[in-house]
Design a protein around this ligand. Sequence first.
Ligand SMILES: Nc1ncnc2c1ncn2[C@@H]1O[C@H](COP(=O)(O)OP(=O)(O)OP(=O)(O)O)[C@@H](O)[C@H]1O
Ligand SMILES: [Mg+2]
Length: 356
Amino acid sequence: MPISTANSFSSLVQSLGEFPPEPVVFGKSEAMQALRARMDKVASANVPVLIHGESGTGKDIIARMIHALSPWKSGPFVKVNCPAIPGTLLESELFGYEKGAFTGAYGSKPGRVELAHRGTLFLDEISELDLALQSKLLQLLQDGQFCRIGAQEDKKVEVRVVCATNRQLEEEIENGTFRQDLYYRINVVNLRMPPLRERRGDVEGLVDYFLEYYNQKYNCRARPLSADLVAILQKYHWPGNIRELENLMKRYVILGSEDVISSDLLARNDQELFNPDVNLDGPISLKKLTRQATRELERKVILKVLQAHHWNRKQAARALSISYRALLYKIRDAGLPPNRSARKRPEIVIQGAAAD
Ligand SMILES: Nc1ncnc2c1ncn2[C@@H]1O[C@H](COP(=O)(O)OP(=O)(O)OP(=O)(O)O)[C@@H](O)[C@H]1O
Ligand SMILES: [Mg+2]
């Protein structure tokens, strides 16, 4: 028997919140325009959607937009963050339970699947579901039926299921940790979120948006970034995607200095130097990688020492235990500015950066 929408449990039902304006969310890049066209088409059809992409690319926003564009937009949007709920609790959170189903079940409780009736159920990080829950979800997707823990009968819901993952589910299937039949069910329509480094042309728009947003939010007056720094941000490879850019801009607005961004990026580059992004698909030249890493390390050490000695190259050479001539050569070789006054740009070289 169909159940009614459980308004009384609205605390579990997420508010949709505000989206950034659409031109900001989708930007100008081809990849995002294609994503938008696909999203517009699927939003109105009651088919499951799988959103996949790296962390921080905007999967959450897209899931909420799909709901807002769907015929069930006045219904609930219920998000389940699968990894955040301990394994033993996840089944009762998702499917609910009847009184006496287990020790401590003093009353009955609907699960989030029921709360999403006539709305959208957003399952975030779907790969975290164990195989038993995957079977129950499969049944839900096949015939809209599920069973509360301890119940005698199945219940029926009408719910649109949207799933998200930042893992390769095909690999999970090969490893035997994800059911292939479930994969086909949730993957009727697939939306791939491009990483930010594949949409470098959108970086500037996002920078402007977050600057204005956090200036307003924190009542600050941080100035627009210099063109040089924007150019550096466009070349950076953004492993944390838009979330990383947003956090960087938030810090900039609060602390009010471009040096914050420069030193942040420098520190991240340092970390990546010792955790290199090695492409395992092609041939690897250990010699080349080591040479690059050594040069980069040398460059950073020289830069830090120069800064510490207010760009006094004689003192820096002494501190580095090399000759003055050797230091001049290394400064030129590393592409560092020859002296302090020539230092127009923040001293960052982004490793492996490529223009769009
Ligand atoms: N296109 C966008 N425009 C503006 N802000 C965005 C956009 N995409 C993401 N963001 C912002 O970046 C942050 C991360 O986005 P979101 O939570 O949607 O990413 P996600 O892909 O779900 O990440 P995770 O895999 O870690 O859950 C959020 O604060 C969000 O507001
Ligand atoms: Mg998310």
